[in-house]
Write a protein that binds this ligand. Structure first.
Ligand SMILES: [Zn+2]
Length: 286
């Protein structure tokens, strides 16, 4: 669980990369993946580094953008020039962007692409509103979530086409705080805006620090409500925290929840759906 990149991790990394690189000319610009091995970014000036969901966009003054993605295990490390690199073995390095002062080293990065800055939408245009973006749009995120009313909320809230930036940690913690069962359908979540807002609030609270606490406690073992706590007692009610797999094949994510604080939705009676009472009954279980 620890170290799995979330949108706030990418946000913080982009802020630091931007501080180190914006306005500077690259002394080294190596991309160590086969399809980009011949690209040399040395001599290019970095305009800015911006996060977009869990993507990082490094924009260059010559009209190109380098897109990188952390997926599950990637990271950028920033070193003052001349200090040792400690982010992992050399073969895990995928990118080196260095100025006269700073050396930004990307380990285990994924989805590296160089595109025209004007064509960035090809890479990130499918993303929903960015939870930590300056143009965050709650209504649009809700519209996208509700366009798939029968999807499981625990899957829908991770789908970056609905809203961009939320990863597994903030998913499980926000669902707990909102009292929503991970397998509830989107349409059955009584307060969808409240749930999304919970997740965003957690990410905003953590975006300036690498440690991700959702409880307000930073001590290890005290910092999460349910994540990583299978078999332990719920902090609110003492019920044993459960663990399950959720999501389509290959994208399956482990999910923790409290079966008491996050009661399972009432099985759907199709006849009740048209009358409107069904959702009231389900709501009462929360
Ligand atoms: Zn509980």
């Amino acid at each position: 669980m620890d170290g799995v990149p979330e949108g706030d991790t990418v946000w913080l990394a982009a802020q630091r990369m931007n501080t180190a690189l914006a306005g500077a000319t690259l002394r080294r610009g190596e991309l160590r993946v086969p399809q980009l091995a011949t690209v040399d970014l040395a001599g290019a000036t970095v305009t800015e580094v911006v996060p977009r969901g869990k993507h990082m966009l490094t924009r260059l003054a010559d009209g190109r953008t380098l897109r990188t993605h952390y997926r599950m295990d990637g990271s950028w490390h920033i070193y003052r020039r001349g200090t040792p690199w400690k982010g992992g073995p050399g073969h895990a390095i995928r990118a080196v962007l260095a100025t006269d002062v700073w050396e930004c080293v990307g380990y285990r990065l994924h989805d590296m692409r160089i595109v025209a800055t004007s064509a960035e939408a090809e890479l990130v245009g499918h993303l929903g509103p960015d939870v930590l973006g300056p143009d965050w749009d709650l209504d649009e995120a809700l519209r996208r979530l509700r366009s798939h009313p029968d999807e499981q909320i625990g899957v829908a809230i991770l789908d970056q086409r609905n809203l961009a930036g939320i990863g597994n940690l903030y998913k499980v913690e926000a669902l707990f705080l909102a009292g929503v069962h991970p397998w509830a359908r989107v349409i059955d979540v009584a307060d969808l805006p409240g749930l999304v807002d919970r997740a965003r609030t957690l990410m905003l609270a953590n975006r300036h620090r690498p440690a991700q606490s959702t409880t307000g406690e930073t001590r290890r073992g005290q910092d999460h409500w349910v994540a990583g706590r299978k078999g332990r007692p719920c902090r609110r009610c003492g019920t044993t925290i459960l663990l399950g797999d959720q999501g389509p094949d290959l994208q399956e994510r482990i999910t923790w929840w409290c079966p008491h604080c996050q009661a399972a939705p009432v099985p759907v009676d199709p006849r009740a759906r048209t009358g409107g009472t069904g959702s009231e009954a389900r709501r009462a279980r929360h």
